[in-house]
Design a protein around this ligand. Sequence first.
Ligand code: SF4
Length: 221
Amino acid sequence: MVTEQLTEIYRLLFERFGHQHWWPGETQFEIITGAILTQNTNWANVEKAIANLKSADCLTPEKLYHLELSKLAELIRPAGYYNIKARRLKNFIDWLFENHRGELTNLESIDTDTLRVELLAIKGIGPETADSILLYALDRPIFVVDAYTARVAARHQLIESGADYEQLRELFQSNLPPDTGHFNEYHALLVKVGKEFCRKRARCSGCPLEILPHTLKHECF
Ligand code: SF4
């Protein structure tokens, strides 16, 4: 039943919005950098920070490993919270060098659950960032959850309002086949419908999911 509902939601969203082409980025490391920088800011600001890193020819683990923290912070200033985010990027890179010889290719042989535990142990890397890295950069079948996911799922009575990150991830992962491409597109489509229609104050009129049963009694997400 839940599987059918999730499948129908996807069908309606894809029919309306089509491919979302996530995650923008030319390399695995660019995607990882974007996933860390996008916390609490909009994507346009992340793009400016990434453009600065590219202009300075710094967008590789090796280059950032040797770059001073203060210089990194200056380059990513447009992304906001730049001192905190520079430290987080450095934490990721330090983990990569201390545990995996600085090579993203060395992560390929690690099973997904182990890798997720390792990523979550890096200071400043929360579940949404870790799962974005796993799905979009490392091609692992992990469903990424965010506030939009929570809102749509609760309003369509797929889960209790107030469900936590792991409960939401479990909802999708236990009811859908572990397909990286599908998870990629599904998360992007939920973000799209969340931004355009399923805001804090829902705009159900004209929403592609309007024809499905839903409730707006929970407005406090
Ligand atoms: S805006 Fe309304 S119809 Fe659209 S996803 Fe949110 S609750 Fe559902």
